[in-house]
Design a protein around this ligand. Structure first.
Ligand code: SAM
Length: 460
């Protein structure tokens, strides 16, 4: 059972409330019904409750209003959660309906506060290739996985999406009794991992590498079975992106030699929604399928954000971040008004924004149109571009608030994804126990929810 938010002690009720919340018109709108880039085309600001927009309009610096929103959903009680007042600017009294909505969002988000647990100390020779964040993650994950192996008498580890092999190599190096199979779809990642393994003198028998795309196929399941030679295994994955986590969860349930699972997801934007083309897509559980839960690509993208880790604003220093978001939205409005297609908004190739492009919207738009090869005949005149600049002067804060609102919803989006994975496993007869463990310090590793599961003893 995951650690449910404090207002809940019943998973069904929590699932129901969570799914209802993400299905409300407001949450649908701010998590992708209207992408923030399209905010000016579809008047996203005006569709928010008027008392909210009026209140935000009274803040002298929108970045403080943004921070006020972010603080209100923070888990850290020692944070600067100045709930209702920003007295310096006389901005007292957050509208009750906004306060209630934020409280609801916070009450529905699974906790990311790290659950206490030990870590191994990685020797220098293993740490050299890892960044500090990776060292912390691998130290904790290695300990948790090894403990599970000990508790269940497992000596075979299958690491899917093994990348440079930091986890696989640490397990093989520190625990000679383990045999590890590291699988990744990228030849170059596997080559890097193999080279590190060789440099440490770890034999190929103790750590076997395999280049294989992980797609839920039975061909890979057969290869894992063959490698394990009938021995029980644990399936592990550290930051298994998008639907890689879902494939792993299915493999755990379906491959008989796999006895335990420990997987941390990430990059939810790579999750594939369920469709006729992809019947195994999100959501994977009956519990969420029965509730017709869907998440738009934008909503999935927000699940990857960590607003509580953003640097706090410094009112003395101006930021181009908000202006860039505004210019991006203005560009979409410009293209929309002038019938310029240049590919649809989210599919356009990204173009590098240089410092000089931010001096004004005219420069920004010219650079974008150059990069997107907009036909000279279609291009608006500089006078028309300046008119947009004039019209949307002062809109930076509105776009920034819209963006922040969508990112705040990322907390419930990630909770929906974790709860779906939890339910899928709970729905399987073979599964004994499932947990969702906030395994890392969320301040260092915001994607810290590990799904841990074990199977019933065979014949038991
Ligand atoms: C975010 S990296 C994590 C790497 C490693 N687990 C770590 O924590 O350092 C994800 C890895 O998964 C691999 N990957 C992602 N999707 C995959 C798939 N469907 N099949 C095989 N490999 C995949 C990528 O090539 C990449 O190496």
């Amino acid at each position: 059972m995951p650690d449910l938010p404090s207002a809940y002690n019943d998973l069904e009720k929590y699932t129901e409330d969570l799914c209802s919340f993400i299905d409300t018109t407001l949450v649908r709108q701010i998590t992708g019904g209207i992408h923030v880039n399209d905010a000016l085309i579809y008047n996203a600001w005006d569709r928010l409750p008027t008392e909210w927009t009026e209140w935000w309009s009274r803040w002298p610096d929108h970045r403080l209003a943004q921070q006020n929103l972010i603080d209100s959903i923070g888990e850290d009680d020692t944070s600067h959660a100045h709930e209702n007042a920003y007295t310096d600017g006389g901005i007292i009294g957050r509208p009750e309906s906004l306060g209630n909505w934020l409280a609801r969002l916070k009450a529905l988000a699974l906790t990311r506060t790290q659950r206490p647990g030990q870590s191994v100390i990685l020797p220098e020779v293993l740490q050299t290739r890892m960044k500090t964040k990776k060292v912390t993650e691998v130290s904790r994950a290695t300990k948790l996985i090894h403990d599970l192996c000990e508790a269940r008498g497992i000596r075979h580890v299958v690491d899917m999406g093994s990348g440079q092999g930091y986890l696989s190599i640490s397990l093989a190096y520190l625990f000679p009794e383990l045999q590890v199979l590291a699988i990744d779809g990228s030849e170059s990642q596997v080559a890097g991992s193999q080279a590190f393994t060789d440099s440490l003198g770890i034999s190929n028998r103790r750590l076997t590498h395999m280049v294989h795309w992980i797609d839920g196929s039975s061909a890979l399941a057969d290869k894992v079975q063959a490698w394990s030679a009938g021995e029980r295994c644990i399936l592990v994955g550290l930051h298994a992106c998008g639907n890689l986590s879902e494939h792993m969860i299915r493999y755990f349930a379906e491959i008989s030699c796999i006895d335990a699972l420990a997987v941390v997801g990430c990059c939810y934007n790579h999750i594939v929604p369920r469709s006729d083309m992809c019947p195994a897509g999100f959501p994977i559980s009956e519990a969420l399928r029965d509730r017709n839960v869907t998440l738009t690509p934008t909503a999935l993208m927000t699940g990857c954000q960590a607003p509580n880790n953003w640097p706090r604003p410094d009112s003395q220093v101006s930021s181009v971040f908000g202006r860039r978001r505004l210019y991006r939205a203005m560009l979409e409005k410009l293209f929309f008004d002038h019938g310029i297609s240049a590919g649809s908004g989210n599919e356009r190739p990204a173009w590098g924004i240089r410092k000089g492009d931010m001096v004004g919207f005219t420069a920004f738009a010219h650079r974008a149109m150059d990069c997107l090869h907009v036909d000279a005949a279609q291009r608006p005149t500089d006078e028309q571009l300046r008119a947009y600049e004039e019209e949307y002067r002062g809109w930076e804060g509105r776009i920034a608030i819209l963006w922040t609102l969508s990112v705040l919803c990322g907390k419930v989006v990630e909770s929906v994804i974790a709860v779906d994975r939890y339910h899928f496993l709970e729905e399987r007869q073979v599964v004994q126990e499932v947990d969702v463990v906030p395994v890392f310090d969320a301040k260092v590793s915001p994607r810290n929810l590990m799904i841990v599961a074990t199977k019933k003893v065979q014949g038991g």
